[in-house]
Design a protein around this ligand. Sequence first.
Ligand code: ADP
Length: 638
Amino acid sequence: KETVLKPEIEENEAFEKIEPMLDYGNIKSSKDIEVPPLLIDQVIGHEESIETIKKAAKQRRNILLIGDPGVGKSMLAKGMAQILPHESLEDILIYPNVEDNNHPLIRSVPAGEGKKIVKATKGSAKNHEEKKTLITTFVIAAIVVIGFMYGRILEAIIAAALILLISIQIKPKNNNMSPKLLVNNEDKRFAPFMDATGAHAGALLGDVRHDPYQSGGLGTPAHERVESGMIHKANKGVLYIDEIGTMTMKTQQELLSAMQEKKYAITGQSENSSGAMVRSQAVPCDFVLVASGNLQVLEGMHIAMRSRIRGYGYEVFMKDSMEDTPENRKKLVRFVAQEVKNDGRIPHFAPDALDEIILEAKRRSGKQDALTLKLRDLGGLVRSSGDVAIEKGADLVTAEHVIEAKKFSRTLEQQIADRSIKQRKEYSMVHPEGGRVGLVNGLAVIGDRSGIVSPIAAEAAPAQSKEGGKIIATGKLGEIANESVQNVSALIKKYTNKDISDYDIHVQFIQTYDGVEGDSASVSIATAVISAVEDIPIDQTVALTGSLNVRGDVMPIGGATAKIEAAAESGIKKVLIPKSNMKDVMLEKKYEDMIEIVPTETLSDVLENILISGSKKDRLIEKMRNLSSKVASKVSKS
Ligand code: ADP
C-alpha cells in the first residue's frame, strides 16, 4: 500500500519545501504547547499595547484601541476585565418607593447578597401568604359552620364570599414590597465584561418597560419594570464598544455623563411609553470604557468623549503585522494551539501544518519579513484545516489539510475575484494575446487581499470644444482618471510632443467592482492614454500596476502578491510592478513558473515593456531616453 501512496505524496507541493520554518525540538504537535491561562497573555504580537493595558487596568483607566478588524481588540478588552483589581463586586437591587411610586430606590450590596435578599423577602411574602390563606380558610369554614348551625345559610355564604374577596385584594400589596435584582454578580470570578457594540440606547443605558395597565393601577409596579443597562452590568468591570463612532451623539453624550458621574438613573427610553414617567434613583456604573475601531472611527466620535479618554486613559494603536523572527513564529504556533484549544472540536497541528500556517501568515502580511496579525482570519484557516482533517479521519492536522483548507476558506471577496477571473476567461474580457491600442490590463485589489485583472480602455479624439479637451470618465474612476491624466499630461507632452488638451480623452474601466482601490491604476491609465494618443498598440499578454507621480516615477502599491497571482490565473504572461514592491512578492509555488515579474522604476520602463515594438515605439522610447538623460545631467550638474 505504501508504495502506491508514496509518489502521490511526493507530488504534493507542501512536501517540496525542505527547510522547516521553525525548529520544533521535542514538540510533536501543537498539543505539546502550553497555553497561558489568562486571556491577556494569549494575545500575541501586541507587547507594547499589553503593557499599556496592564498599566491601565491597575489604575482603572479608559482605553481607546485603534486598529484593523480582527487583530485582537476585543480580546484585549476581555483580557483587561480579567486583570482588573479584585475590588469587591456588587449586586444592585431596586426597591419600590412608597412615597413616590415612579421613583424606585436603589441599593447596592456585596456580590452574592442580592439574590439572598430577594429570596428572603419573597420567602417572607410567601409565608405571609400561606398564613393568610390558612386564616381565611379557617374563618370561612367557621362562618359556614355557624351559619348551618343557626339556619342562616344564605347570609353565611355571602359573608364567606366577602371575606374571600377582601383576602384576594390584600395580596398584591405584599408582593409589591419585595425588591428586584437589577445586577447580579453572584459567583463571578472576574470583573464583568460587557460588549456593547452596536447596542441601542435602551440596552446600553437601561430602560423601563411600558405597562399598558399603568393608568388603571392594576399593572406591574414601576420598580419591577426597570431593566438595567450594560453600563450598569459593567459596574466595576469593562464596558467594550467597537465602532464607537457609529453611536448617535446623544447616546455618546449620555455615556459620557455616566462615565463622569459613575452612576446613571434609569428611565424609559421611548418617550410615549408609560416607562418614560419612571425614573429610578441613580444606579452605580463605575466601569472602565474600552472603545475601539479603525482610524475613521475618530471622525464619528464625540469630541468630549475622546478628550475624556485622553485625559483619563490611554490611546493605543495596534499593529497589523509583526516582524518575522523565530520568536514571533513561536508565538504564532502558540496561537494555533490556543485556537485549537478554544475550538475544542478540531485535532492539533503537526509541525508541517504549523509550518504551513506560518507561511500563510507571512504571505498575508503582504510585506517582506513580516507575519500578519490579522489573526481572526488566520484563526478561520486553522479551524477549516481542522475540519478537513476530521473529514479525512486524521488525528493530527497536516500540511496537506491546510493547503486544501485554503481552497475552501476563501473570503467572499476572494470568491468574487475567483468568479470574475473565471467569467473573464469565459467571456474573454481579458485577451492575453496580441496588441491593442488604448487597452491595458490593469491590476487591482478587492476586499482585503484578492487580486483582480481590471482592463482599462482609453480613446483619444480631437477636442470638440474650443476651450480645449476634456477627460471623460465616470464614477470613482473619474477622479482617479482626471488626477492621473493631469499628473502625466506634462510627461505626455514631453514624451509625445502632443498637448493633451487638444484631445477629448475617454477613459473607462471595462468592468469594475465597488471598492477597487484607485491610486494603483494611475500607471495603467497613463499607459492607456499614451497608447491611444500615439496610436501604439499595447501588448495584451502583459499586466501592470503602480502609482505614478508627476515626475514619472513609479511608486509602490499594495497587494502586489495578490495582483500577480490574479494576473497569472487570467493567463497573463508578464507583469510589471513597481521596483520597490519586489520585496513584497511571495507567490504561491504553483504561480512561480506561470508568470514573469518585471520591476519598473519610471514610466519609460513601463512603456518599454508594454508597448508593441515598431518604428513608432522606437521613436517614442528614443525621445524618452533623451529626455531622461537630459534630466539626469541637469540633476548631476546642479
Ligand atoms: P477585533 O476586536 O480586533 O476585531 P478580536 O479580538 O475579536 O478582534 O479577535 C477575534 C479572534 O481572533 C480572537 O478571539 C482570537 O481568537 C483571535 N485573535 C485576534 N487577534 C489575536 C492576537 N493578537 N493574539 C491571539 N489571538 C488573536
